[in-house]
Structure formats: structure tokens, C-alpha cells
Design a protein around this ligand. Structure first.
Ligand code: JFZ
Length: 415
């Protein structure tokens, strides 16, 4: 994978993914039957014919959508640094005013508003990076777009690329200000040449726009993992974990399997500790509401993120600690370590730890904390930090350590 180059992406650490489209109208159900798995795949799973899926546009009227409120929340309440929204998912429907296909939110719905323009303006106002998800290979609406699970051998994919994919990408990169990244997805059987053409197209219009790993053929500028998959081993290069809060990307009315805030926070810190970004998804309803549970969980996570911002943003991967500790996830930056306590512990004690610490403090208050290196049985190799009594039953706080070394130094186990 090439280097991201874009400093903002290396520092962002936490972003908002938005899956929103006509599948949100169905909310996981077609003719009384519930779809198994992810909601935005409902057209594919039930093989809904184009003539029956297209009319959903007439029911798409998200009158409660408020771009300003959503971006303000993402920035101020949730502490996110970038937003990626589905501009065209596999179902082929464009969530912006497209000139090359009338199958879009402005021309085909009673709503008639360009939500992408509204988001762009709100993101400019709040200084939020905005990126576009675009399904470049699968298009279940276009006769020549790929369709997972069906015979694609008769398709003229070249025709699709020239007729819809490239013109729409040009629109997205021309009409909506600075685009932070294009989040390509599911390249299917695209050739290297085709992936390269799309890469070059993006760069020819906006050289600073990042290209996601899923453009195919190893041409992306950063690596995207699978849903909630976190690399165990250090990964050289920039990477991102796209992830769901429940078990779907697009809204499903019956999916209440929410990961609670402690779970999400644990994942965020784990990802940050290993050097990645967390792109966390919401699936708004066809009325434009964000599910209440999503807001509740993201608010809780946001409380921690805002109070402990220095332990998150612009942190760099640190070596894995020797021991697997369930109560703490360590993040770091040059000459700093952060002990993020994610489960109450009566004793903040880390062994096989060989840094020279000059100062320890509670990040949320700045209060100095006493600490001891070594102990009665050995002069070095572990650290104990004294925490205020009330913190012994508390989770979700961070202890900052100033260290002489660049990063975490583990001690040999056989001492
Ligand atoms: C894709 C989409 O098909 C899905 O609808 C959603 O948009 C998601 C973010 O991306 O699904 C994938 C694609 C690739 C992997 C996992 C889910 N993967 O590589 O593990």
C-alpha cells in the first residue's frame, strides 16, 4: 500500500461513516420478510427487480434530516474528525444531484434536496473533513454494473465505467468542494487497468483526495479492514477499521444488537494503540433521523474522547505491551504514554515496563499523580501509579505519563 501522505488522515483516529439510501426505506424488511444480515444488501438478497426497487424513491422523504445538526454532533458531541457518506451504494441510487442519472435523491424523490451539498456546507462550517463512499463496480440497477451472486459474464463493464461510474465520480469531485477521500468498495473482478483509471481520475481532479484500499488491485492509499476487524500485528502504513454499532450498516428496524459505549471505546483505543483510525457507522432512517441508541452510545463515547483528547488524536502506534491486560489499553505519542483505564481497577500497576517516567498525571483534570518505579523486590521493571480513592471504582479515565524514551519500552521477561 502507498503512503497516505495526508497528515490529517494519520491524525484523525476517529470518524463517522453514514450508510443511507433507498434501503433505509425498507429498514430490513421486504414483503413481510426480514432480510438476513446487512440491511443495505436487501435488493440483492431478495433479488428485488429494478422495477420494484426503483419506486422506493417515491417513499424517500427524510424531512427530519438536518446536516448542520448532524455535523455539529459529530464534531462537538462525538469528537469525530471526518465523515464518510454513501453517495451511491451497490443499489445504484445517487444521494446527490447527478446529471448523468436521474435515479437520484433530487430528481426521483418527493424530498428533492441535495443532502450532499447540505453536508458539504455544514462540514465547511464546522471544519470537518468529508469523504464519499462510491460503489465503483457493483451497481445492481445498471444492466452493466456487477451484481454479486449473479452471472456477470455478459456484462459490458467498460460501458458501465464510461457511462455512469466515471461521470458520477467527476461530478462528486467537481461540485462538492474539497473531497477528503473516495471510499471505493467491493472491486469484484475489476482489472488493474480499470482500478488505475479510477485512481488517476480522482487524482487528476483533486490530487489531495485520498483513495481507499478497496479500489482494488492494491492501488489504494490506505488499508481498510473488514467490519470490526482489528489487525493484531503492527501494520506498516495507514489503515482504518470501518465498523458498525449494531450488525448492519443501512438502517434495520429490528436490529437492536448495539455494542455499548464501553465496548466501542475499548475498540477505539485498541485501534488507536495499533496506529489505525476507527470509522464508526450510523444508519439514518428514511425520515432522516439517527437512531436514538446510536446517539446515546456515541454521546457516551464522545464524553471520554473529549476529556482525554490527547490520548487519542494524532497518537502513533506503540509496541504491544508484554502482557495482555484487560483493564487498560495503552496509547502513545513521542515521549508520552497514556494508560487508558477501561475497567475499574484498584491498582494501576504494570509489570515488564522499563520506561523512565518523569511525570504522571490524570488527563481529565491535569492533577499530578504519585508513582513508583520498581518495588521492594526489584528496583526496575514495573510501575505503580497512585490513583485518587474515588477512581478505584471508576472506568474510563486516562493517566498520562511523560517518558524519557520515545515510546513504550518492554522489559525482558526472563529477568
Ligand atoms: C462492504 C459493502 O458491501 C457493505 O454494504 C458496506 O458498505 C461495507 C462498509 O462494505 O462490505 C464489505 C466489503 C469488504 C469486506 C467486508 C465488508 N472485507 O473486506 O472484509
Amino acid at each position: 500500500m502507498k503512503d497516505t501522505k495526508q497528515q490529517w488522515f494519520k491524525e484523525a483516529k476517529y470518524g463517522l461513516f453514514i450508510h443511507w439510501g433507498l434501503y433505509s426505506v425498507l429498514a430490513g424488511e421486504w414483503k413481510g420478510q426480514e432480510v438476513e444480515g446487512i440491511g443495505e444488501w436487501i435488493m440483492n438478497r431478495f433479488r428485488i427487480p429494478v422495477e420494484e426497487y426503483r419506486p422506493l424513491a417515491k417513499q424517500f422523504n427524510p424531512v427530519y434530516f438536518n446536516a448542520d445538526e448532524l455535523v455539529r454532533r459529530a464534531k462537538e458531541d462525538w469528537g469525530m474528525k471526518y465523515i464518510v457518506i454513501t453517495t451511491k451504494h451497490h443499489d445504484g441510487f445517487a444521494m446527490y444531484d447527478s446529471q448523468c442519472s436521474d435515479y437520484n435523491i433530487v430528481k426521483a424523490t418527493p424530498f428533492g434536496r441535495d443532502i450532499l451539498k447540505e453536508l458539504q456546507l455544514a462540514c465547511e462550517k464546522y471544519d470537518m473533513k468529508l469523504g464519499f463512499y462510491y460503489s465503483q463496480a457493483q451497481d445492481w440497477d445498471d444492466p452493466d454494473g456487477y451484481y454479486a451472486g449473479m452471472d456477470n459474464s455478459k456484462k459490458d463493464f467498460r460501458a458501465y465505467l464510461e457511462r455512469k461510474c466515471k461521470p458520477q465520480l467527476r461530478e462528486l469531485l467537481t461540485n462538492y468542494g474539497d473531497v477528503a477521500l473516495i471510499w471505493f468498495d467491493t472491486p469484484m473482478q475489476m482489472t488493474e487497468e480499470e482500478s488505475q483509471e479510477l485512481f488517476d481520475l480522482v487524482k487528476s481532479i483533486q490530487p489531495n483526495c485520498l483513495v481507499s484500499g478497496r479500489i482494488g488491485n492494491h492501488l489504494g492509499e490506505y488499508m481498510s479492514t473488514g467490519d470490526n476487524f482489528i489487525p493484531l500485528q503492527p501494520y506498516a502504513g495507514d489503515w482504518e477499521v470501518p465498523a458498525t454499532l449494531n450488525d448492519t450498516w443501512g438502517f434495520k428496524k429490528n436490529d437492536h444488537n448495539w455494542k455499548e459505549a464501553d465496548h466501542i471505546l475499548r475498540l477505539l483505543l485498541k485501534i488507536n494503540s495499533r496506529g489505525g483510525n476507527y470509522l464508526l457507522n450510523i444508519g439514518p432512517t428514511a425520515l432522516g433521523d439517527v437512531p436514538e441508541d446510536s446517539i446515546r452510545i456515541l454521546n457516551q463515547v464522545g464524553d471520554f474522547v473529549k476529556k482525554n483528547a490527547e490520548a487519542i488524536y494524532a497518537t502513533k502506534a506503540i509496541p504491544a505491551p508484554v502482557y495482555d491486560m484487560e483493564w487498560v489499553t495503552i496509547t502513545g505519542r513521542p515521549h508520552k504514554l497514556y494508560l487508558n483505564v477501561i475497567k475499574p481497577t484498584r491498582r494501576v500497576h504494570i509489570t515488564a515496563f522499563d520506561n523512565h517516567v518523569t511525570h504522571a498525571y490524570l488527563v481529565e483534570t491535569g492533577e499530578d499523580l504519585e508513582f513508583q518505579i520498581g518495588g521492594p523486590t526489584s528496583p526496575t521493571g514495573h510501575i505503580t501509579v497512585k490513583i485518587p480513592e474515588e477512581y478505584k471504582t471508576k472506568a474510563f479515565y486516562t493517566i498520562g505519563l511523560d517518558i524519557e524514551e520515545e515510546t513504550l519500552v518492554n522489559k525482558d521477561l526472563d529477568w
